[in-house]
Design a protein around this ligand. Structure first.
Ligand code: ASP
Ligand code: MG
Length: 410
């Protein structure tokens, strides 16, 4: 069996924890598995490096920032390899240029193009444990890149995908983290939340992209595309975590699988824009140019040739977005821009929504009964999201968890 074991920052946060991880890796190897380890930087290290850069210059050059922040993983992989070697195991740390994890040149959020599986296979064939630096890549010019915050998850799943064609006896990508698995809701908000035994790639994708932090969204897409079973579990205990897998027939019987919340967005409304072809483009093109990602969009019914446009942007981009839109007002393309940073998005997710109607209605009724005002709504095939006041977020998650009976043992 090939195990790709990814350890997050908290799991390698101290020397003691690194020893703990080494024991776990050694055990997997002793059982006769091929083991590839992917390690994150020690907890807090990537943030420390980013702060260091920002204390040097206000806007660090992205290429140089990647050179800097990729070093965190170099440290943790070396320490882990040393530890395993001292325990009598053959282990080798591998950085981006050695694995040849080739990406495009979008520094700080690069996309993986290919991985040189041969290099890893040689290390494994030699009986060694490969300890790969997560998060890092290298572009066609040989420059160091990184895959975006939380990118080690994606490194792990992508490596599993690259090795999959050569595996004869089973493959699992284990993501070791500081939580036991994926829960029906954030246990910090809903103590009755239950750990899920299984969840589909699609559900995990929707939860991850609407606020659940347990996996980087892109890693889930890789898992889905190459059908890599992902086991999300804790590095602090031996209990079974959550398997992220392809959908099977029985999974649609559960209508809602989980609830997520996201406080990282802000709402902007552009008022009184003339309702004619091209107006949406004139609002959203400058935002896209500034690389600001717009999420929910609502255009109100037009009245006397004018309409209002509301949408959400990441909270970190709020001020910049407001400045850009103020320009539109200055150019008389809109009369007024207003915004609200204190909003939250709450989403219910489940593949069962495809075959069960009424989920949205049930959700709105539960929120109404709790006197929670809904500001915006958006839906996908397996998700319904609402924007509410930030101060209502906790209560919204609680009542929805109860409404959809997610605390009940199945
Ligand atoms: N060290 C990187 C970060 O903190 C990547 C990772 O941990 O997955 O975002
Ligand atoms: Mg992470």
């Amino acid at each position: 069996m090939l195990l790709v074991q990814k350890f997050g920052g908290t799991s390698v946060g101290t020397i003691e924890r690194i020893s703990n991880v080494a024991r776990r890796v050694a055990e997997a190897k002793s059982k006769g598995n091929d083991v590839v380890v992917v390690a994150s930087a020690m907890a807090g290290e990537t943030n420390r490096l980013i702060d260091l850069a920002k204390s040097c210059v206000t806007e660090p050059d992205p290429r140089e920032l990647d050179v800097l922040i990729s070093t965190g993983e170099q440290v943790s992989t070396a320490l882990l390899a040393m530890k395993l070697t001292s325990m009598g195991y053959k282990a080798r740390s591998l950085q981006n240029h050695q694995v040849r994890l080739v990406t495009d040149s979008t520094f700080t959020k690069a996309h993986i193009k290919r991985i040189d599986a041969q290099k890893l296979r040689n290390v494994l064939k030699d009986g060694s444990i490969a300890i790969v630096a997560g998060f890092q890549g290298i572009d066609e010019q040989g420059d160091i890149t990184t895959l975006g915050r939380g990118g080690s998850d994606t490194t792990a799943v992508a490596i599993a995908a690259a090795l999959k064609p050569y595996v004869k006896s089973g493959l699992v990508c284990e993501i070791y983290t500081d939580v036991d698995g994926v829960y029906t809701a954030d246990p910090n908000i809903v103590p009755q939340a239950k750990k899920l035994k299984r969840i589909t790639f699609e559900e995990m994708f929707e939860l991850a992209s609407s606020g659940a932090k347990v996996l980087q969204t892109r890693s889930v897409l890789f898992g889905m595309k190459f059908d890599i079973p992902i086991h999300v579990r804790s590095s602090f205990n031996d209990s079974e975590g959550t398997m992220v897998v392809s959908e099977t027939n029985d999974m649609e019987s559960v209508v809602v699988t989980g609830i997520s919340q996201d406080k990282n967005e802000a709402k902007i409304t552009v008022l009184h824009v003339s309702d004619r072809p091209g107006i949406a483009h004139s609002i959203f093109a400058p935002l896209a140019e500034a690389e600001i990602i717009v999420d929910m969009i609502i255009q109100s019914a037009s009245s006397q040739g004018f309409t209002d446009m509301s949408f959400t942007v990441p909270r970190g981009d709020y001020k910049r977005a407001m400045q850009i839109l103020q320009e539109l007002v200055n150019q008389k393309k809109a009369t007024y821009v207003t915004g609200d940073e204190k909003i939250a998005k709450v989403s219910v997710v489940g593949v069962g929504m495809r075959t069960h109607s009424g989920v949205a209605a049930k959700m709105f009724k539960a929120l109404a009964d709790a006197k929670i005002n809904i500001q915006m709504i958006s839906t996908s095939e397996i998700k319904v999201s609402v924007v509410v006041n930030e101060s209502d977020m906790k209560k919204a998650v609680e009542v929805l968890h109860k409404e959809f009976e997610l605390g009940i043992e199945r």
